[in-house]
Design a protein around this ligand. Structure first.
Ligand code: SRM
Ligand code: SF4
Length: 563
């Protein structure tokens, strides 16, 4: 007996290449929501329907519909934004959204709180700034990530360019976006529209690609469906080691779902890259699970059919065999803060943006500060995969003016914050995320203060421990790659995961289940005491926990193959 395809597959199939009844939904003034089927389709256009969960109960009691609004996410490959675009996005956030900009863990920007009536104008304004939101969400290739500082050497810039071109190459073909949001006319009697790469039902699930440039693994390349590790030889780009089948998402109490690291399958030259990417994507399109969405990511296709089968299928479709994986070594998966000089004498300032949220609140005015910087900046901005922001390509003589604005608007966390605070990640969670089981972004500052207190108690204030928190097991802050991670279970309760490394090469493991803050802090207190007393010189917290047998994570990417 064949398993029936999922509801979302049926919606995609009937959608006429993602058009559905979105036009009708937008025109219905009786509700702030769109039709149920359209909520699946609007994701492909870069938006999610949400409601304010802080107001849910109150509105239910008042017999009002939920306070619906829309989140909009940009497609910004490698996270590059010009100052002019920054100013436009800032104005859109103020005029149409909730007054904040949110930097994501995938080098994109999100707007929250856009009501249905303003949705079209908002998307038009984003497009007018020459940024789009096509395929920022949905069952397609998402925003392509690339190491945040592609200006370190000419080869970095080349890698960035490959990432940008691949993002364009894998964009869906449908004109639905242009017709619905940008009022493009459909050519009557014109050629039938086709989706040569995706087909009528697109992919079984989301698909993510990242490019890392060793020794930096800021993109967490092994968390991706397709990872490309740039191999630079004598300063030139030789090609990419290819990894497949990484992913973070899991569901509590469902052993069929779990995070996995990508696995290396070989080396491709730059001119082979598109063929390999297309072959990986098409293999997943044809063999991915279209019945159970929880098992539909590429990682499970590979788990179910085997890595050798997968590699063979990819090589058959590409028409050539991959070469042997080349040596490389990662040092770190965090960001490097403060000023750094590029190969061409231009300067780059990486600012810490806590949980990626940019909003003016009281005396803290980062939004105004970045607006002022964008007003005179002659370089560009780079969003990092760790929710931070680089003011990039600054001439030496412009540094002092930028430093002054950074200090005036409290954007100088990189000078003041503890290493723990600088590297921490939190997903959005409440109140906008419909899947959140516990707080993350809003809880992060308070949680960090308490963990910092414990580190100080054990004379570990300078320990650069990576802590990540997610409001549910979907893993949007890539928590399974945190040395310490909190994964939301219920309001105020989390699974405590421990023992990842700081290179993005080893997942952590469950240490304590469904515990509250007091229990989390008590466990950390004990473990910090042991770490302070028993660690080897320069031993990272996660590595110590594994050596000491506190947790036993699954083996990661073997270092000896790589280094
Ligand atoms: Fe995510 C769903 C936010 C990066 C795994 N993610 C969601 C949604 C859209 C909730 C929903 O489906 O209704 C969240 C919207 C919250 C809000 O109010 O804004 C959401 N994800 C985010 C962001 C904004 C987190 C952040 O704080 O930065 C990140 C946006 C990235 C972007 O710009 O595209 C974000 N999400 C990730 C990552 C990290 C990454 O890709 O490097 C992951 C783990 C990697 C992976 O995909 O395996 C991730 N998000 C998920 C999943 C689980 C997917 C799975 O395979 O099971 C979901 C749920 C789903 O797809 O059903 C999800
Ligand atoms: Fe929402 Fe869960 Fe993703 Fe956090 S991890 S943003 S709670 S889906």
């Amino acid at each position: 007996m064949t398993t029936p395809i999922s509801n979302v597959e049926q919606i995609k199939q009937a959608s006429r290449h993602l058009r559905g009844s979105l036009r009708e939904s937008l025109g219905d003034a009786h509700t702030g929501a769109i039709r149920a089927d359209d909520t699946a389709l609007i994701k492909f256009h870069g938006s999610y329907q949400q409601d304010d969960r802080d107001l849910r109960e109150e509105r239910r009691q008042q017999k009002l519909e939920p306070a619906y609004s829309f989140m909009i996410r940009t497609r910004t490959p490698g996270g590059v934004v010009t100052p002019r675009q920054w100013l436009a996005l800032d104005a859109i956030a103020t005029r149409h959204a909730n007054g904040s900009l949110r930097l994501t863990t995938r080098q994109a920007l999100q707007f929250h709180g856009v009501i249905k009536r303003k949705l079209k104008a908002t998307l038009q304004a984003i497009n007018a700034s020459l940024i789009d939101t096509i395929a920022a969400c949905g069952d397609v290739n998402r925003n392509v990530m690339v190491s945040a500082n592609p200006v370190e050497s000419p080869a970095h810039a080349l890698v960035h360019d490959w990432a940008r071109r691949l993002s364009e190459h894998l964009k869906p073909n449908t004109r639905a976006y242009h017709e619905i949001w940008l009022d493009e006319e459909r050519i009557a009697g014109g050629e039938a529209e086709s989706e040569p790469l995706y087909g009528d039902t697109y992919l079984p699930r989301k698909f993510k690609i990242a490019f890392a440039v060793p020794p930096h693994n800021d993109v967490d390349v092994f968390a991706h469906d397709l990872g490309c590790v740039a191999i630079l030889e004598e300063g030139a780009l030789a090609g990419f080691n290819i990894s497949v089948g990484g992913g973070m998402g899991a569901t509590h109490n469902d052993a069929e779902t779990y995070p996995l690291l990508g696995q290396l399958i070989g080396f491709a030259t730059p001119d082979q890259l598109f063929a390999i990417a297309e072959a990986v994507l098409a293999t997943q399109r044809d063999f991915g699970n279209r019945s159970a969405r929880k098992r539909a990511r590429l990682k499970y296709t590979i788990e179910d059919r085997g890595l050798d089968w997968f590699k063979g299928e990819v090589e058959r479709r590409a028409g050539f065999a991959l070469a042997v994986t080349r040596p490389f070594a990662f040092e770190h998966n965090g960001d490097r803060f403060g000023w750094s000089e590029g190969h061409d004498g231009r300067w780059h300032l990486t600012l810490r943006i806590e949980a990626g949220r940019i909003a003016d609140r009281g005396a803290s005015t980062p939004m105004s500060g970045l607006r002022a910087i964008a007003g005179s900046h002659r370089g560009d901005f780079r969003l990092t995969p760790n929710q931070n922001l680089v003011i990039a390509n600054v001439a030496a003589e412009d540094r002092a003016a930028i430093d002054a604005l950074v200090a005036r608007h409290g954007l100088d966390l990189h000078r003041r914050a503890s290493p723990l605070r600088l590297h921490a990640l939190a997903c959005v969670a409440l109140p906008t995320c419909g899947l959140a089981m516990a707080e993350a972004e809003r809880y992060l500052p308070d949680l960090l203060g308490k963990v910092e207190g414990l580190l100080e108690k054990h004379a570990l204030a300078d320990a650069p421990i990576h802590l990540r928190i997610s409001g549910c097991p979907n893993g949007c802050s890539r928590p399974y790659l945190g040395e310490i991670a909190l994964v939301g279970k219920a309001p105020g309760r989390y699974n405590l995961m421990l023992g990842a490394d700081r290179r993005g090469q080893r997942l952590n493991a469950l240490y304590a289940e469904n515990i509250d803050e007091a229990a989390i802090l008590a466990h950390l207190d004990t473990l910090f005491a042991r770490y302070a007393a028993e660690r080897n010189a320069a031993e990272a917290f996660g590595d110590f926990l594994v050596r000491a047998g506190v947790v036993r994570p699954a083996a990661g990417i073997p270092l000896e193959v790589i280094a």
